[in-house]
Write a protein that binds this ligand. Structure first.
Ligand code: GLC
Length: 481
């Protein structure tokens, strides 16, 4: 099958979050399936352009029409990718070059990604690559299905489009005149884009895509409720016949405690007791905590954003430090209020708390490996990847039972049996505290059971094999229509 994937970020080239990880591993997993040909289209951000590791070859250029504008686009083919995925970067100095440096956050993001979405279709045309399916992701590439149906049907007579929602919070809102001024779509598409007299490009994709997916089964169900859907619950309920949840995997080759070059000691599901102990001691030393093998080390690798459940942690943090001897290590950057809170907490409890306010992939690996308990109390979580990274490294997750956290961390009982971690149902700090205490109790009172739980986690298959097969089923289903 000929597959084209369009995304605004993809690791290792450009990544701001989980979408970037998925766009590294999913194309690779699909291209491993015999008979597939996979093309991945990404913007040519400066940090890719000026990174000498990424050698490219220019294969074409053309102009993209956006309303009254005509904007240059160059297609750069990445050389030397080993796994068969054909990566093309779309070059526009105007939209992706001379910018702030962050991937998102410019005043004209709407126009930038409208350009990218349209340029993706022009690129496939210029390459003579007529895919059976196009898979596009989040609001940034949400215009692909609408442009295809409205303006590119002659070029792609039978190409089907899947739209995947990784996060519904960001929908691509713009004022009503964006429709004529930038999008330049035929008037009959105004209705599908319109929401509250504004343009909402994600709504357009939900209506025009052949199938819609999201990144876990539970999140697909949650999206029927206003609490989770950020205004799109009605639209998604109407589209529920074409909405499916496919839980993400993780890249089990990159995230492998037996080979990860960032770790001071390596281990697997049989050698983890000694391996993790060595990693824990080294981590405690690295972050300036007392090296204590028997004290539980709770860790979190996260963007310091409200919806990651940091308000719950802040609420219980001091109580937790007074009532237990556990250590807490936070790694991440984000909102100033949380950065300040955790720095203050580390000052108040220097023997128990370390706050590393930085983005550091190597340290992240060492945290997954050296921790005993992984905290992820997210308010909502479409899928979440780091709880799977943590389990792959034998670190027991304590999570809010929502979205992908619910699907990937089935609740263990108080003996640590029958599940993979500790969960709480209500988004409430006392419930979080209770789950955490159950986990701490198991750690100190029944260490054998705690180890059995760790082992079970390490033996899970979190690879992309099963999710990629699910994507293929849906691709085949669309193609049969
Ligand atoms: C978004 C979601 C996260 C998900 C990721 C990859 O970042 O917030 O839950 O894991 O996309 O699909």
């Amino acid at each position: 099958m000929r597959i084209a994937i369009c995304a605004s970020e993809g690791a290792p080239y450009a990544k701001s979050g989980g979408l970037g990880d998925v766009m590294e591993a999913l194309p690779a997993a699909l291209s491993r399936i015999p008979g597939n040909e996979v093309v991945l289209l990404l913007p040519y951000y400066n940090k890719i352009k000026y990174n000498s590791r990424y050698q490219v070859e220019k294969v074409a250029d053309f102009r993209v029409r956006l309303g009254w504008r005509q904007q240059y686009a160059g297609i750069m083919k990445l050389l030397g990718r080993q796994d068969g995925v054909q990566v093309y970067f779309i070059d526009s100095e105007y939209y992706f070059g001379a910018r702030t440096g962050a991937i998102y956050g410019d005043m004209d993001d709407g126009e930038r990604f409208a350009f990218f979405s349209k340029a993706c279709l022009d690129t496939l045309d210029a390459l003579g690559y007529i895919p059976d399916v196009i898979q596009c992701n989040d609001w940034q590439t949400a215009l692909v299905p609408t442009y295809l149906k409205a303006m590119y049907r002659d070029t792609f007579p039978s190409t089907k489009v899947m739209f995947t929602i990784h996060n519904i919070e960001y929908q691509g809102w713009a004022s009503a005149n964006f429709f004529d001024d930038v999008l330049g779509l035929p008037w009959e598409y105004r209705g599908c884009m319109d929401m509250n007299n504004s343009v909402n490009v994600m709504k357009g994709a939900i209506e025009t895509a052949d199938l819609v997916t999201t990144v876990s089964e539970t999140y697909a169900r949650e999206l029927m409720y206003p609490y989770y859907a950020h205004g799109l619950d009605g639209i998604l309920a109407n589209a529920s016949w074409k909405l499916t949840g496919i839980t993400n995997g993780i890249d089990v080759n990159t995230f492998n405690p037996d080979t990860d070059p960032a770790l001071p000691a390596h281990y697997n599901a049989t050698s983890f007791v000694a391996g993790k102990a060595a990693c824990k001691a080294a981590l405690q030393k690295e972050v300036g905590l007392p090296v204590k093998p028997d004290v539980p080390l709770m860790v979190m690798v996260t963007r310091l954003a409200g919806h990651k459940g940091l308000d719950l942690l802040c609420y219980i943090a001091r109580r937790l430090m007074w009532e237990t001897d556990a250590q807490l290590l936070i790694l991440g950057t984000g909102e100033a209020q949380y950065e300040t809170f955790f720095k203050d907490l580390a000052n108040q409890f220097p023997d128990q708390v370390a706050a590393k306010i930085t983005f550091n992939l190597g340290l992240a690996s060492r945290v997954y490996a050296g921790g005993d308990i992984y905290l992820m109390p997210s308010k909502s979580e479409p899928c979440g990847l780091s709880q799977m990274n943590a389990m792959r490294y034998g670190t027991v997750p304590v999570v809010h039972a929502t979205g992908g956290l619910k699907d990937t961390v089935p609740a263990a009982d108080e003996n640590g049996e029958n599940g993979l971690g500790f969960t709480f149902q209500s988004y409430n700090a006392d419930d979080f505290m209770a789950a955490l205490k159950r986990c701490l109790e198991l750690y100190s009172q029944q260490p054998d059971k705690f180890r059995a739980l760790q082992k079970r986690e390490m033996e899970q298959d979190f690879s992309w094999n099963k999710p990629a097969a699910r994507y293929m089923q849906l691709f085949n289903q669309m193609c049969s229509w």
